[in-house]
Design a protein around this ligand. Structure first.
Ligand code: BTN
Length: 253
């Protein structure tokens, strides 16, 4: 079977890949679309997917990992995306913002959405959805994103072949998955931490009871949960949610 389904238009590659995975499609199979009509981001946000300017893809994984490791896959996938992009541009300005964003300096250029189905036996899977702004010009971003988003083209002046880039990301994802499976999540974390854009920075987030907390980023712990220390010395563990640089409210997606 071909390992890639390349569609012109779809609602969301994650939804297509999820359905394929439910029907038994194998580890490593990918869905790539030229554009999405209802691209999904984390926390119920949407993902703008203008035609032929970015990578909108979803790759099915059947991890040989205990189920409690599945939530860590967002970080593994983020590292694989960052490594792929670094290879391409030999540029060290790319970084990772916990839990799922690829940044170039202070601007977001990609994001990960992992959707998993956890079942007993070998039928568990994860769909790793990757959105990457590749050849996007400033005017192709909606006005509200122009201050906070960027693309590989805007940072390098180069136009990239989307399919070639897809395969580079695909290879990087499968390689990093193997590292996660064989060497453990700590090996992933060691590399992830080197690219952490929130490390030592003032970050802020809103708690479940609607309190705004500001604290200094300490990086993800061994479970992939973000730690941050506030002025009283208290260390907070952030499970999920929208964490922002406290002095950069425009850095939001
Ligand atoms: C985020 O930063 O919030 C995650 C964005 C993930 C977007 C990608 S695009 C391909 C795949 N299909 C989707 O519907 N979403 C992901």
């Amino acid at each position: 079977m071909e390992k890639l389904l390349h569609l012109q238009t779809t609602d969301s590659t994650n939804s297509v890949a999820y359905q394929l995975a439910l029907n038994g499609t194998k580890h490593g199979y990918g869905v790539l679309a030229d554009r999405q009509l209802a691209g999904k981001g984390r926390l119920g946000k949407d993902w703008k997917s203008p035609a032929k300017t970015g990578i909108y893809c979803s790759i099915i994984l059947r991890p040989k990992l205990p189920l409690y490791d599945f939530p860590k896959l967002t970080l593994t996938a983020g590292l694989s995306l960052c490594s792929a992009v670094e290879k391409l541009s030999k540029n060290t300005s790319y970084g990772l913002k916990w839990p799922n964003d690829l940044y170039y300096n202070t601007k977001k250029c990609g994001g990960i959405l992992v959707e998993s189905s956890i079942a007993s036996g070998t039928s568990s899977f994860a769909v790793v959805g990757i959105g990457l702004n590749v050849n996007t010009t400033l005017l192709q971003f909606p006005i509200e994103l122009r201050q906070k988003a960027t693309s590989l083209y805007l940072q390098s002046g180069n136009i990239f072949d989307i399919r070639e880039l897809y395969w580079l990301i695909h290879e990087s994802l499968l390689t990093h998955m193997e590292i996660h499976e064989t060497q453990g999540f700590e090996s992933i974390l060691t590399e992830w931490r080197k690219r952490d854009v929130l490390l030592g920075k003032e970050v802020e987030w809103v708690t479940c009871d609607k309190k705004v907390v500001i604290a200094s980023g300490l990086g993800p712990d061994k479970n992939g949960q973000l730690l941050a220390k506030d002025r009283t010395g208290m260390v907070h563990k952030i499970l999920s949610g929208d964490v922002q640089l406290a002095d950069n409210p425009d850095g939001k997606k």
